[in-house]
Ligand binder design. Structure first.
Ligand code: CUA
Length: 229
């Protein structure tokens, strides 16, 4: 999760988020180089007192400063497209989680198992324990196995919501009447927090998501305790 004064991206917990961070740094570096070059040129213009009365056009320099930015843009567009298609790739998931957005809570279904479904509400501030995170903790967490390919299906029951986990690089809209799909791979254990990110009504800010990433044998224990109860 994000903590104090963290203005950048969160640490990644999945290979796709890692790639997204690399792409962000790559694009930012190009941006900084362009800003410095253009800033330098604009600044230096103030001190330029040379004037050429016969200068009306320059075919060569215009050719260069048209083609060069196009090439620079390609260096951003190509990795961007690579990531876009990588994010949409489904790699034989070993488990499926269905999340349904409601005003204003999420409900989850583990469709691979019999009748495992539950609602997940934010814990109100006045009921929060001392180690809880305000506006971020929920009563029923999603438990998922780490080091496995996980598919999520997202939809909504009333208005549009968005199932968003920054550390995993996942953001899928839940739209009534549609079933959206994506997948991710959690590469470490831990708690991963997310929030709804479509403006979905008065309590939009109060429908967080918590994923508990655990080793596979712990997940099997948890899911069998759910099946038997
Ligand atoms: Cu649900 Cu915003």
């Amino acid at each position: 999760m994000s903590t104090w004064a963290n203005l950048g991206l969160q640490d990644s917990a999945s290979p796709l988020m890692e790639q997204l961070i690399f792409f962000h740094d790559h694009a930012l570096l190009i941006l900084v180089m362009i800003t410095i070059l253009v800033g330098y040129l604009m600044f230096m213009l103030f001190f330029n007192s040379y004037i050429n009365r016969f200068l009306l056009h320059g075919q060569l320099i215009e050719m260069i400063w048209t083609i060069l930015p196009a090439i620079i843009l390609l260096f951003i567009a190509m990795p961007s497209l690579r990531l876009l298609y990588l994010l949409d790739e489904i790699n034989e998931p070993s488990i499926t989680l269905k999340s349904i957005g409601h005003q204003w809570y999420w409900s989850y279904e583990y469709s691979d198992f019999n009748d495992i479904e539950f609602d997940s509400y934010m814990i109100p501030t006045n009921e929060l324990s001392n180690d809880g995170f305000r506006l971020l903790d929920v009563d029923n967490r999603i438990v998922l196995p780490m080091n496995s390919q996980i598919r999520i299906l997202v939809t909504a029951a009333d208005v549009i919501h968005s199932w968003t986990i920054p550390a995993l690089g996942v953001k899928v809209d839940g739209t009534p009447g549609r079933l959206n799909q994506t997948n991710f791979f959690i590469n470490r254990p831990g708690l991963f927090y997310g929030q709804c990110s479509e403006i979905c009504g008065a309590n939009h800010s109060f429908m967080p998501i918590v994923i508990e990433s655990v080793p596979v044998n712990y997940f099997i224990k948890w899911i069998s305790s759910k099946v038997n109860s």
